[in-house]
Design a protein around this ligand. Structure first.
Ligand SMILES: NC(=O)c1ccc[n+]([C@@H]2O[C@H](COP(=O)([O-])OP(=O)(O)OC[C@H]3O[C@@H](n4cnc5c(N)ncnc54)[C@H](O)[C@@H]3O)[C@@H](O)[C@H]2O)c1
Length: 332
C-alpha cells in the first residue's frame, strides 16, 4: 500500500528515495523557471545526485535553473543544453552535445511540452504538438539509449504525459489533421500524450529484459506556463474588459497569486506536482509494473487507463511509424 497521496510533496518522496537518487545522473527536458521540470531538478538536487543535465529550448532559462540548483545542491554537477524538440535536426544536435558531456546518464525525464497550441507544422512538416511532446523525445531518448545500455546498469525513462490523453488516441490514419483542416488543439494534445504513453509501453516491452524501466505519468493540475496559450486566447475573448496589452501582466498577476489559487481551487503546488516525477524516476517498488502510467505516486489500475494508451499492437505500430518519421530505425 503506497503511503503517498494527492498532497504528498516531492521532498517527502525524495527523502524516502534518497539512496536511489544519490550518485545518479539525470537528464530532464523542459526546465524553464516556474515549470515542473525546473521544480523537479531543484528538488532532487537536495538529495545527492551526481549530475543533472538540463535541456530546454531557451538556453538562458536552463542556465537560470542551473543557478537555482547550485543554491539547493551546491555539489551537484550541471550541464545546460539547447534543445528544440520542434526540429529533428536540432534534437540530433542536442543528443550529440549531451554525449559530448561524457556523463553516464541513468535517468531521462521527458518533461517538456506545449499544450493546446494553434495548428502548426514543424520544419520537418510534422504536426506541432505531436512533434514537440512526443516525437522529439522519441528521437532524443533512442539516440541516447545505446550508450546507456552499454553500461549494463538499471535505466529509467520517464515520459511526462497527462490525463489529457483522454482527448484522443494516436490518429494513425491522419496524424497531421489533414493539413490542418479538421484540427482541434485538444484532440492534438491528447494524441501527443497518448503517443508518449504508447512509447513508454514499447520501451518496457522491448527493453525490460535489459534492465530498462519506463513509466508515464500525470502530474496533476499545477499553475505553470503550460496554459498560457489557452489563457491568452480566453483573455482576448473578453475583449474590452481586459485590453489585449494587459494580458501578459494579468497572467503574471495570476501566477503571483498561485499560492491562493492552489488552495482555493485544488491545484497542486509545483512540489506536489513533481512528487510523481520523483517517484517514477527512482522508486524501486514499481519495477514490477514496467510500462505503467502513474498518478499521485501510484500505479494507476489498468482498468482506469484508456485502452488506446496501453495497446501493445498500437505501441509497435507507433514505434515503426516514428522510425519512418525520424528516418532512422532503432534496434537495441
Ligand atoms: N501543469 C499542469 O497542470 C500539467 C498537467 C498535466 C500534464 N502536464 C505536463 O507536465 C509537463 C511540464 O509542463 P509544465 O506545466 O511545467 O509546463 P511549462 O509550460 O511551464 O513547461 C514546459 C517546458 O517545455 C519547454 N518546451 C516547450 N516547447 C519546447 C520545445 N519545442 N523544445 C524544447 N522544450 C520546449 C518549455 O520551454 C518549458 O520549459 C508537460 O509534459 C505537461 O504536458 C502539466
Amino acid at each position: 500500500m503506497s503511503p503517498y497521496s494527492y498532497e504528498t510533496t516531492a521532498e517527502e518522496v525524495a527523502n524516502d528515495l534518497k539512496p536511489q537518487i544519490a550518485g545518479k545522473t539525470i537528464l530532464v527536458t523542459g526546465v524553464s523557471p516556474k515549470g515542473l521540470g525546473a521544480a523537479f531538478a531543484e528538488i532532487i538536487a537536495q538529495y545527492g545526485p551526481e549530475c543533472i543535465i538540463l535541456a530546454t529550448r531557451d538556453l538562458s532559462k536552463a542556465e537560470e535553473t542551473a543557478l537555482a540548483i547550485k543554491a539547493t545542491g551546491p555539489s551537484v554537477r550541471t550541464h545546460s543544453v539547447e534543445l528544440d524538440l520542434a526540429s529533428l535536426d536540432q534534437v540530433r544536435k542536442a543528443a550529440t552535445k549531451i554525449q559530448s558531456f561524457g556523463e553516464k546518464i541513468d535517468v531521462i525525464v521527458n518533461n517538456a511540452a506545449i499544450m493546446a497550441s494553434p495548428y502548426f507544422k514543424t520544419v520537418d512538416g510534422i504536426e506541432g504538438q505531436f512533434a514537440v511532446n512526443y516525437l522529439g523525445h522519441f528521437l532524443l531518448t533512442n539516440l541516447l539509449l545505446p550508450d546507456m545500455l552499454a553500461r549494463n546498469v538499471p535505466i529509467r525513462i520517464v515520459n511526462v504525459s497527462s490525463n489529457g490523453c483522454r482527448y484522443g488516441p494516436v490518429r494513425f490514419g491522419d496524424l497531421d489533421f489533414s493539413d490542418g483542416k479538421h484540427y482541434n488543439r485538444w484532440i492534438s494534445y491528447g494524441q501527443s500524450k497518448s503517443a508518449s504513453m504508447l512509447y513508454t509501453k514499447a520501451l518496457a516491452e522491448k527493453l525490460g529484459q535489459r534492465n530498462v524501466h519506463a513509466f508515464s505519468l500525470h502530474p496533476g493540475v499545477i499553475m505553470t506556463n503550460l496554459g498560457r496559450s489557452v489563457a491568452m486566447e480566453e483573455f482576448a475573448e473578453l475583449g474590452e474588459k481586459i485590453p489585449q496589452s494587459n494580458i501578459e501582466r494579468e497572467l503574471d498577476k495570476v501566477q503571483g497569486h498561485a499560492h491562493y489559487w492552489n488552495q482555493s481551487f485544488g491545484f497542486k503546488s509545483p512540489s506536489q506536482g513533481v512528487a510523481t516525477h520523483v517517484f517514477a524516476a527512482f522508486s524501486p517498488e514499481i519495477e514490477k509494473s514496467n510500462g505503467a502510467y502513474l498518478t499521485n505516486c501510484k500505479v494507476k489500475d489498468v482498468k482506469h487507463v484508456y485502452c488506446w494508451t496501453r495497446d501493445s499492437v498500437d505501441a509497435e505500430r507507433l514505434w515503426e511509424l516514428s522510425e519512418k518519421l525520424v528516418g532512422q530505425e532503432f534496434t537495441f
